[in-house]
Design a protein around this ligand. Structure first.
Ligand code: NAD
Length: 348
């Protein structure tokens, strides 16, 4: 039986993988994240399985291969944390889960927006103290307002649909726009200046790092609500702090943070060393930070387990790997250049 070294295990991962594995694989669950120091745990395993915040650099790639691992199964969609050139050179196949529930993420973005807009977080804290005052809880109707969606892929389109349901005017910016009824595709400058709400759904790449910075925040409509459920580094956190302080940004809902890998997914309440920017953000009444939990629904967890196990089945059966990524095709589904996935369904 093939053995999988499963890193960064949480109880909810184990429940869905055990239920859907049906004894196919010998899964060794480890709580530790996949790092160079954790590599000895993978000894004797055929595959490794990692989650979104593992830093899969050259040392980790080469270490996995030297432990005999031939395939790394990412149980997430994003893959900005993997050194794909190193993986290709070392002969390590990388597969991922491109979509597990775009609804989960889009609905979480909507939840952050509604919570901020109607001050639900403050109201819940007040009523717990038997404070039933409404002073300071005035929100605004979403109906009739303009939302700007950056990145109109699987998640962005669903979020845009939710906003249309609220009766909002929906503007969208995408590097590769595909027309959609009811959505106005515009330049990023128009989106910045006309939106009352901006929600980020594009991937993190060198060209989108700090897409939201001092300059972009100087263009936004004063008081804009910013929602980021995509990747933390799309936003320059220092620039966001200063825009929140002077009111250019009225509120921010952040499910991701650019230095989250050091903090998110664990209880850090006893840690005395603090991250200044994150501490300031979480302390602001008009900011909500969630710990990269937008994906966390029962449906998404089941889909993650199903696709990850199917990816491993296909790998070990020598079948085409629909969800393989390499540095030449970057998982686009449209293998380019000299990637052999074009011909035989595998990058390697
Ligand atoms: P997707 O690939 O379906 O869509 C991404 C869209 O962004 C595409 O339409 C693409 O054309 C567009 N895009 C690419 N480069 C761009 C650029 N420079 N500027 C503007 N648009 C650009 O991806 P998806 O499934 O919708 O996921 C979007 C992002 O959500 C992922 O990259 C991931 O980082 C994030 N995500 C977060 C969670 C979470 O739990 N918070 C879960 C899953 C995904």
């Amino acid at each position: 039986m093939k053995r999988i070294a499963f890193f960064d295990t949480k109880p909810y991962d184990r429940e869905s993988f055990d239920r859907l594995n049906n004894g196919r694989y010998d899964i060794r669950y480890f709580e530790t994240r996949l790092t160079s120091a954790a590599l000895p745990l993978a000894k004797g395993c055929d595959a490794a399985c990692a989650f979104v915040n593992a830093e899969i650099d050259r040392a980790v790639v080469e270490g996995l291969v030297s432990e005999g691992i031939k395939v790394l199964a990412l149980r997430c969609a994003g893959y900005n944390n993997v050194d794909f050139k190193a993986a290709y050179e070392a002969g390590l196949t990388v597969v991922r889960v491109p979509a597990y529930s775009p609804y989960a993420v889009a609905e979480h973005a909507a939840a952050l927006l509604l919570t901020l807009n109607r001050h639900i977080h403050k109201a819940a804290a007040r009523t717990r103290d038997f404070n039933f005052s409404l002073v300071g809880l005035t929100g605004f109707d979403l109906h009739g307002k303009t939302v700007g969606v950056v990145g109109m892929g699987k998640i962005g389109r669903i979020f845009a649909g939710i906003c249309l349901g609220f009766g909002m005017r929906v503007l969208a910016y995408d590097a590769f726009p595909k027309p959609q009824d009811g959505i106005e595709f515009v330049s990023i400058d128009t989106l910045l200046t006309e939106s009352d709400v901006i929600s980020l759904h594009c991937p993190l790449m060198p060209e989108t790092k700090h897409l939201f910075n001092e300059e972009t925040f100087s263009q936004v409509k004063p008081g804009v609500v910013l929602i980021n459920t995509s990747r933390g580094a799309l936003v320059d956190s220092e620039a966001l702090l200063s825009a929140l302080r002077d009111g250019r940004v009225g509120a921010a809902g952040l499910d991701v943070y650019e230095e989250e890998s050091e903090w998110f997914y664990e209880d850090r309440s006893e840690v005395t060393r603090q991250n200044r920017t994150l501490s300031l953000l979480v302390s602001m009444p008009n900011v909500i930070v969630t710990s990269h939990q937008a994906f966390l629904t029962r449906e998404a967890l089941a889909n993650i387990a199903t696709t990850t196990l199917a990816n491993l089945d296909a790998f070990f059966a020598g079948a085409p790997l629909e969800n393989e990524i390499c540095y030449r095709c970057m998982g686009t589904g449209h293998p380019q250049g000299d990637c052999p996935k074009r011909l035989d369904g595998r990058c390697h």
